[in-house]
Design a protein around this ligand. Sequence first.
Ligand SMILES: Cc1cc2nc3c(=O)[nH]c(=O)nc-3n(C[C@H](O)[C@H](O)[C@H](O)COP(=O)(O)OP(=O)(O)OC[C@H]3O[C@@H](n4cnc5c(N)ncnc54)[C@H](O)[C@@H]3O)c2cc1C
Length: 382
Amino acid sequence: MSRFDPKIIIIGGGIMGVSTAYFLAKRGQRDVFLLERDLLAQASTGLCVGGIRQQFSHPANILLSQETIRQFRYFEKEFHTKIDFHQTGYLFLTKEHSTWETFGECVKIQRRYGVPVEVLSPEEVKHRWPYLEVENLKGGIFGPEDGYVDPYDVTMAIANKTRKMGISISERTEVTDIRLENGRIKGVETSQGFISSKIIVNAAGAWGGEIARMAGIDLPVQPYRRQVFITKAFDAIPRPVPMIIDQDTQFYIRGYAPGILMGMTDLDEPPSFHTHVDRGFMERVTAAALERVPVLEQAEILRGWGGLYAMTPDENPIIGEITGIIGFFCATGFSGHGFQHGPAVGRILSELILDGTTSFNLSPFSYDRFKKCKKTTELITV
Ligand SMILES: Cc1cc2nc3c(=O)[nH]c(=O)nc-3n(C[C@H](O)[C@H](O)[C@H](O)COP(=O)(O)OP(=O)(O)OC[C@H]3O[C@@H](n4cnc5c(N)ncnc54)[C@H](O)[C@@H]3O)c2cc1C
């Protein structure tokens, strides 16, 4: 199908694949082919909530978010596209003593990395956001620089510029197999034919495990459905509405156009590729909503949708070249923070591919960490 044998094939046209292609092009590597089986940004990236926060416990995640926020500051200049980066903040709430203590530990780490984060009493939470029910709360932590953007706009702006820089982006092209030779990447079989290449980037999100299996690699990445609902226009909650997360129930809301967006993690749901909306779950989300934001009783659900998280056992991604196969790079398993980390990871991955090294310490995200975990966890073997 191709006029040339691309040096680098990227599988997946979400934020991760598109951003990696862009940074490769920016470094002058134009011999890149991005393959997307559907249209760009239609899977998790286009279905996500677009949230960006620096409030993580792991320094590596904080650093990735900080880099993305820096990129967003000059995004308009670089991509000639206006993105509405709403820095309306992220507010985490809990009524559990142990979670409150964990919040305190996280705040110490975050402040060490220069993250502005406020620790608020229930009264302070109530004062700022009077529509929240704060009874029994231990308090909240608020990151005023955090916020959200439209994930589709961001991804398409990057993709459009990447195309103009000469990178081939091929939609409706499915990778069906990976060919190896003596432990090295040889190329990919696709719905349009074979493409030879020595380097593949697996940026297939929740399908990252399937792609890895084509190369004989067991990548611990599982798909989990996550559902989101939006209300009709609702002005009983004054704007701006930050991203508010009830850590105990995993329920969250934020402003969404004239309505309110809400979602929740169903911790009982098994892994699957299902993305349909489940009415029963919607009722659980609204019940959690009424508990924390009683005024939402007056709101009417407009619609909902489902997308996929790509989960690893420790909810951190796998980034880098996979030991045992020369030329097989992965950037997958980002659970609920892959959109915000995509712009930074694209830059890091491009360095790793082109220079063989990167200034970012990727060891917390290495594929090999799972092997090490197994060794330390298992104490008795027969
Ligand atoms: C409801 C919801 C809310 C979320 N909220 C946030 C948030 O607020 N902030 C945040 O940072 N993250 C959030 N996330 C997570 C975020 O969406 C993902 O981590 C991120 O979009 C992953 O990007 P990606 O490019 O790795 O994957 P994707 O966007 O899923 O892209 C992978 C692409 O690979 C393609 N593909 C798969 N198999 C093949 C194949 N064989 N051949 C060719 N192409 C293939 C797919 O079609 C897909 O387009 C949310 C996710 C969901 C579902």
